[in-house]
Ligand binder design. Structure first.
Ligand code: DOR
Ligand code: ZN
Length: 444
């Protein structure tokens, strides 16, 4: 064997073309006619003119887009009720909204904060998930972090109490925790609200009062505890609600996201607990400034913070109702409608919804490029509809975005297979548990 290398396994034959999609796509910043060759290995083989024969599907006037990545969802399994959400129903909504990879949060019952619980959750995914799923782990058990880092896709740190989280890490342990997470190398998402800045209100009655109880300054104070981050920490701040926080994080060079609800709804959009969420919806001026920052391209990532609750729970008096709203199915469609009405450049949306979140998670999702997963959307910009909970697929059965314009993908391809046709799921759930494959890149 001197001089030769033992084979490490059977050679994989090169992928061949399973299907060609022809249409227009944004390439190099311009809308151009293209042919996309989808491989039988579920990857994109080439973009351009394809000469070899394979079934060819021309999407006509529609546009080919990469599928989105939603790096912030709560699918409530284990411990939730399938009448509200589970991994099967959550991922089905995601794919119907054009999302092919989700980052699933650990604040379940019990929380995912050791390897056994993470593996138990991972076993629930094959055969049930319609999207790829990257699992976040919680940081509730410091002694479990090292083993978790070998199995999880990312970590999540909650700095304030919220659904399923009673005790955030104490102020004096946070710096050490962040240094440990920097060493472990995985992306780290943070819910950044500082409870020291909350204003005690025993009985808030509306989103506007909730906004006063958990003000923007609680976000600024939490961010001040995080920046500058220890060197090597792949820090990402979740659901930023104000331009002041945007400026602070851009200056610090930290990745962050905004949600469709903070971009499109204010604390006056809904009078009731269906508009209760953490961090709260803000006043109209704050919302508008956040939207302007997004439309300028100053907010690197769009994420839904999909957090459904039963309708009956939301119908309780405001103070008792839980915080959170569903949103993964409507995230991209709401923003595609803004592209169509001319208030958001398509390239800005594709960066925020597709390319940067996948890079942030170290995944080859999110671009029309050879070697990327063949998760694609066919979008007909002429088909604009008002959001109506009746036509959505959330078991919880309500949407805070009722009536807002949206453009849903007409078709969705997952690993090169058509799984959504005319807005209905026609596929088999073949989503996988995935982890970062390359060093997560800056979400900027
Ligand atoms: O409003 C929220 N709901 N904010 C969170 O941070 C958690 C989420 C949930 O899980 O319900
Ligand atoms: Zn969340």
């Amino acid at each position: 064997m001197v001089g030769s290398r033992a084979p490490v396994g059977p050679e994989r034959p090169p992928a061949s073309i399973a299907r060609i999609l022809a249409g227009r796509a944004v390439i190099g910043g311009r809308l151009q006619p293209v042919e996309v060759a989808l491989g039988d290995d579920g990857s994109i083989l080439s973009i351009g003119k394809v000469r070899r024969g394979a079934p060819r599907h021309d999407v006509g006037e529609a546009i080919l887009l990469p599928a989105a990545t939603d790096l912030h969802v709560h699918f409530r399994e284990p411990g939730g009720s399938a009448r509200v959400e589970d991994l099967a129903s959550g991922t089905r909504q995601a794919i119907l909204g054009g999302v092919a990879l989700v980052g699933e949060m650990p604040n379940t019952v019990p929380p995912v904060d050791d390897v056994e619980r993470l593996e138990e959750k991972a076993r629930r995914i094959p055969g049930r998930a319609a999207t790829d799923v990257l699992l976040y782990a919680g940081v509730g058990q410091p002694s479990a972090l090292r083993r978790l880092a070998a199995r999880a896709g990312a970590f999540k740190v909650f700095l304030s109490p919220t659904t399923g989280v009673d005790e955030p890490p104490a102020a004096d342990v946070l710096p050490g925790l962040l240094r440990t997470l920097a060493d472990l190398g995985l992306p780290v998402g943070v819910h950044a609200e500082d409870p020291m800045e909350f204003v005690a209100d025993p009985s808030p009655r509306s989103p506007a009062e909730w906004n006063r109880a958990r003000p923007v300054r609680a976000e600024l104070a939490a961010v001040a505890r995080l920046v500058p981050p220890p060197s090597g920490l792949r820090l990402h701040v979740a659901h930023v609600t104000s331009a002041a926080v945007v400026d602070r994080l851009r200056t610090a060079g930290v990745s962050f996201e905004a949600t469709p609800h903070h971009l499109l709804l204010s604390d006056r959009s809904r009078p009731d607990a269906f508009g209760k969420v953490n961090p709260p919806l803000r006043d109209e001026g704050t919302r508008r400034a956040l939207w302007e920052a997004f439309a300028r391209g100053d907010i690197p990532i769009l994420a839904s913070d999909h957090a459904p609750h039963a309708r009956a729970a939301k119908e309780q008096p405001f103070a008792e109702a839980p915080s959170g709203m569903p949103g993964t199915e409507t995230m991209l469609p709401l923003l595609l409608a803004r592209v169509r009405d001319g208030t958001l450049p398509l390239a800005t949306l594709l960066q925020a919804a597709c390319d940067r979140p996948a890079r942030w998670l170290g995944r080859p999702h999110g671009r029309l490029a050879p070697g990327h997963r063949a998760h694609l959307l066919v979008v007909d910009f002429r088909r604009r509809v008002p959001i109506s909970a009746d036509r959505l697929h959330a078991p919880a059965g309500w949407s805070a975005f009722e009536g807002l314009p949206a453009i849903f993908p007409r078709e969705v391809y997952f690993d090169g297979e058509r799984v959504v046709q005319d807005g209905e799921y026609v596929g088999r759930p073949t989503g996988r548990v995935v982890r970062p494959e390359f060093a997560p890149g800056p979400g900027r």
